[in-house]
Ligand binder design. Structure first.
Ligand code: 2P0
Length: 330
């Protein structure tokens, strides 16, 4: 039996990943940039044993059915091939996401699974190699291997599409992200499907890819100069461009709910009042507000006038993946 355990933190993209050039290998059409956060994480234990008759996946103590386990089982097949083993696995995962947050994260989940498999099967992968492996589970997971600001270089092959940390002199420690949870219903279009639809049918997609590459350069410069306004501005603009692609799909769709619009409007109003804050949004209705740590209490206080305390969560920059245990007996 061999056992491995890892803890990985979620990340939120400031320059988004949206669209794949290779669906099977999960190679994106554009490079992306994210901030790893401390507030949400996954701890995963995996044990490969000849006593297992088949793969099993438990999430927060609940045994998941085949449909819910599909991505996990596909990932286990991949690592078995890599490690040249045919042992089945039991995967036990705990998602540390505040209840009703609607933020179940494939990024931290797949990164933790990749890390746990690396330990259990003694793959001895570097963090860069682990990033490329995690990517095969879920694209955004490759960024959760690293802490702070992270760039996922799109690359053009299985081994060249991976993430790395961006040197920032720990500037990320001065930033914060406030989550506005506007809706906890399960999303109707998964990000995987939303991207597919966009690549296939959105006339805005080719423009998106070009814009995202330009935005990435602006964001990296902003990080290099520790220019918060520049980083916030390009992040907000990039999120809006990503969401614009969905409106140009056939049929069109949107991840926004009425409350998302209300939250975005609130951020713009706060800015007009002199608060330095910018929003971003992913493949769901929640709105995330990027601000500087020193300003976070005052911005939170303003947001509390519009939203319930239970709808607001503050996150700070988070660390790289942590390997918790390894136990091998043969
Ligand atoms: C991102 N998202 O950069 C973008 C922005 C959602 C919107 O990465 O198909 O769950 O497994 O590679 O990683 C979510 O996409 O998709 C995502 P797959 P994933 O964070």
């Amino acid at each position: 039996m061999s056992n491995g355990k890892a803890k990985a933190y979620t990340n939120i993209a400031l320059i988004k990943y949206w669209g794949k050039q290779d669906e099977d290998l999960i190679i994106p059409s554009n490079s992306s940039l994210s901030l790893t956060l401390d507030a949400f994480y996954t701890i995963t234990n995996v044990s490969f044993s000849k006593n297992n008759q088949k793969d099993r996946f438990y999430l927060n103590k609940q045994l998941q059915n085949n449909q819910q386990s599909k991505k996990v089982y596909q990932f286990l097949d991949l690592v078995r091939k890599k490690a040249q083993t045919d042992l089945f696995a039991e995967v036990t995962s705990y998602n540390h996401v505040p209840t009703a947050a609607g933020l179940a994260s494939s990024a931290s989940g797949m990164a933790a699974l990749a890390g746990a498999c690396n330990e259990a099967l003694r793959l001895n992968l570097s963090n860069e190699e682990l990033s490329a492996l995690a990517r095969r589970g879920s694209g955004s997971a490759c960024r959760s291997i690293f802490g702070g600001f992270v760039e996922w270089e799109k690359g053009n092959s299985d081994s060249s599409s991976l993430a790395h940390q961006i040197e920032s002199n720990h500037w990320e420690d001065q930033l914060a992200m406030i989550f506005i949870l506007v809706n906890d219903r399960p999303k109707t279009i998964s990000s995987r499907l939303g991207m597919q639809q966009t690549v296939k049918t959105s006339s805005y997609f080719p423009i998106w890819v070009k814009e995202a590459e330009k935005d990435l350069i602006i964001a990296k410069n902003a990080i290099a100069y520790q220019d918060f306004e520049a980083l916030g501005k390009v992040s907000e603009a990039n999120a809006l461009k990503m969401h614009a692609t969905t409106l140009a799909c056939e049929p069109p769709f949107s991840y926004w709910s009425p409350d998302s619009l209300r939250a975005m409007d609130e951020v713009r109003t706060l800015r007009q009042q002199g608060f330095s804050c910018y929003f971003t949004m992913d493949a769901g209705p929640n709105v995330k507000v990027l601000c500087q740590k020193n300003d976070a209490p005052a911005i939170l206080q303003e947001l509390q006038k519009e939203f319930l305390p239970s709808q607001l969560i503050i996150a700070n920059a988070g660390p790289e993946i942590e390997f918790l245990e390894r136990n091998v007996s043969r």
